[in-house]
Design a protein around this ligand. Sequence first.
Ligand code: SF4
Length: 303
Amino acid sequence: MFLKKSPWIIHYDGSSCNGCDIEVLACLTPLFDVERFGIINTGNPKHADIFLITGSVNEQNKEIIQNIYCQMPDPKVVVAIGICACSGGIFAECYNVLGGVAKVIPVDVFVPGCAARPESIIDGVVKGLAVLEEKGKKFKNMKKGLATLSIDPAQIQDSAEILALQKAAYQSEAELYNDFSLSPLNQSLEEIKADFKSKIFLKAVLNKVIVGSVRAYQEKETCHIGRLIVHPLYQNWGIGTKLLYAIEARFPNAVRYESFTGHKSKRTLYFGRKRGYRECRREKVSLKRERVFFEKTREGKAR
Ligand code: SF4
């Protein structure tokens, strides 16, 4: 296989005995020396193509794993190394263990073994390279298709499609809090239709399908932006950014823009920060959840 780019890996050791962890280190050190294939170990998720995980997932590390995964640019590949990362292994029955890595993020390659041998880890990484190549091709084709993306005002007739999209987009949020009573997941068609009377809705349309949406209304000097959603298949394609800027532009008289998310939704918080929003207050919604409000002034500066 020929790859134009050297694949960079990032390694995270979850709840393990450190056996597989040490085998991964053996791959990087002179005896197995994966660097000779151009494979480099990085500590920065933003530079990584392949996410190697050893050990099982527990309540404490699941957010760290999701956080690293979300920060990696697409296309990316996840390799679960050792039986603990594949299924929870001998730790599966522990009180706080959720199981294998696939419980919290999508896994592309499973490398079983206890401990997984360096040869099989290298084999798993090579399989990961093939997946990476395949994803890279799909990514390029999808990017070409994005040229036809349009952001338009949504109409009440779009309610059912936007509601279905909203429910798909909020699944990951519900899983994050283990709370499927979130209001976006339980909104009815009548409620969303009623929202059209008080809010402006925008839709992102790709090949005649709505793949993103956002809604907002203005109260005094503040534009309240809500439910910025993008279909899970099209996330990290810049569609959310386009929707955000388009909805801001619809409220030229607003002095400030405000939105909110849950306290665990690090990805949304990061998205907001990158676009000039800053946290301004927090509100307790339930025992499990806090609402984090973030704001931006018209000049793009936090007050
Ligand atoms: S698979 Fe075996 S060696 Fe690897 S972390 Fe689990 S218990 Fe340790």
